[in-house]
Design a protein around this ligand. Structure first.
Ligand code: F6P
Length: 360
């Protein structure tokens, strides 16, 4: 088929580098002579006035270094379960996937580049089964997508969290305190492990290694008795004690989200050791700001490669990093499972060699 027009959207939680992908898609499309439409807020824009915008060289100029996404995003909209408020105040969920496919047809879109994490790529996969010609681009600061060595946004989040740990050292030392920092990552410990090791934390608790509080407190006491009278503890939001469960809290919208571990760990350390503790949830700072150089480059490579895959008509795939190459893998491989930190990871081994306590 001859491609004339493509569309691009960004779905799920934002990650530094989304704009760089959009720019690379648009410039590569221009090389092929295609029009590009941007769909606002994942697929929501298809059904909204002004929800579809034309993208050209000018509209993507100067955005590579910017955080967020010029197209907006949402981690609520799912065309397979579209919320329809009912007159009685309740909400009914409808499958709008065919409406989405038809809306792209009406716009004369020949192929869609969907940039997102596991949820958005799962939607893209299901839409591709309905006949939509899709190529995916994997993003998430959690780095938990299977089939790609890295997702863009992750390295920037590691840098942000590492900077924060660096700053916490001086105040922890000044007050002889234990600072407990909760990092994002859902059920994977990549962000906590990488930032924790780079930021020289004393304890790193990740979901892949259920922790024992006795071991953690022993490490804290060792620090104080050996003359380093402060400690930095990194806890992943999805970490949990051996035999226990992860903690969840409810958002204002009534959604369940992982959270609360910093407080739990901080309180327990204080109760058991008597040391003064403080906790910090780094939260969405980890998703904010522009991409670092590594993520800019990865995002630009992913965007250009995704457009190339459209040109080669390799639909139902996503781009993936298999160092040093960017290649195509089937979308279902990317979403097959959450990529956890393997227990034989060399970064885990490095942490242990450095004497960092992993709670086991
Ligand atoms: O998937 C990325 C992520 O940042 C997770 O690490 C975190 O649990 C989640 O998004 C928070 O999402 P939000 O607050 O935007 O719903």
């Amino acid at each position: 088929m001859s491609i004339k027009r493509i569309a691009v959207n960004t779905g799920g939680g934002d990650a530094p580098g989304l704009n760089a992908v959009i720019r690379a898609v648009v410039l590569t499309a221009e090389k092929y002579g295609w029009d590009v439409l941007g769909i606002r807020d994942s697929y929501d824009g298809l059904f909204q006035d002004d929800g579809v915008v034309s993208l050209d060289r000018k509209s993507v100029s100067g955005i590579t270094h910017l955080g967020g996404t010029i197209l907006g995003t949402t981690n609520r909209g799912n065309p397979l379960k579209w919320p329809r408020p009912q007159p009685d105040g309740s909400v009914r969920y409808e499958d709008w996937s065919q409406k989405v496919v038809d809306a792209f047809d009406d716009l004369g879109v020949d192929a869609v580049i969907a940039i997102g994490g596991d949820g958005s790529l799962d939607i893209a996969h299901k839409l591709s089964l309905k006949g939509l010609r899709v190529v995916g681009v994997p993003k998430t600061i959690d780095n938990d997508l299977a089939a790609t060595n890295l997702t863009f946004g992750f390295m920037t989040a590691v840098e942000t969290a590492t900077d924060a740990l660096g700053k916490l050292h001086s105040t922890a030392e000044a007050h002889e305190r234990v600072m407990v920092v909760e990092l994002m990552g859902r059920t994977a410990g990549w962000l906590s492990l990488f930032a924790g090791v780079a930021g020289t934390a004393d304890v790193i608790l990740i979901p892949e290694i259920p922790y024992d509080m006795d071991v953690v407190c022993r490490k804290i006491e060792e620090r104080y008795t050996s003359g380093s009278e402060f400690a930095i503890v990194v806890v992943a939001e999805g970490a949990f004690p051996a035999g226990g469960q992860p903690l969840f809290k409810e958002t204002a919208e009534g959604q369940k989200r992982l959270g609360g571990m910093a407080k739990r760990v901080s309180d327990e350390i204080h109760e058991r050791t008597g040391r003064e503790t403080r906790e910090l949830v780094l939260g969405h700072l980890q998703r904010g700001g522009g991409p670092n150089a590594y993520d800019r480059l990865l995002a630009l490579r992913f965007g250009a490669a995704a457009a190339d895959l459209v040109a080669e008509e390799r639909f139902g795939t996503m781009v993936a990093l298999d160092p040093p190459h960017v290649l195509a893998v089937p979308l279902e491989e990317g979403i097959a499972h959450i990529k956890h930190v393997p227990l034989d990871s060399d970064v885990i081994a490095t942490a242990r060699s450095l004497g960092i306590c992993l709670g086991d």
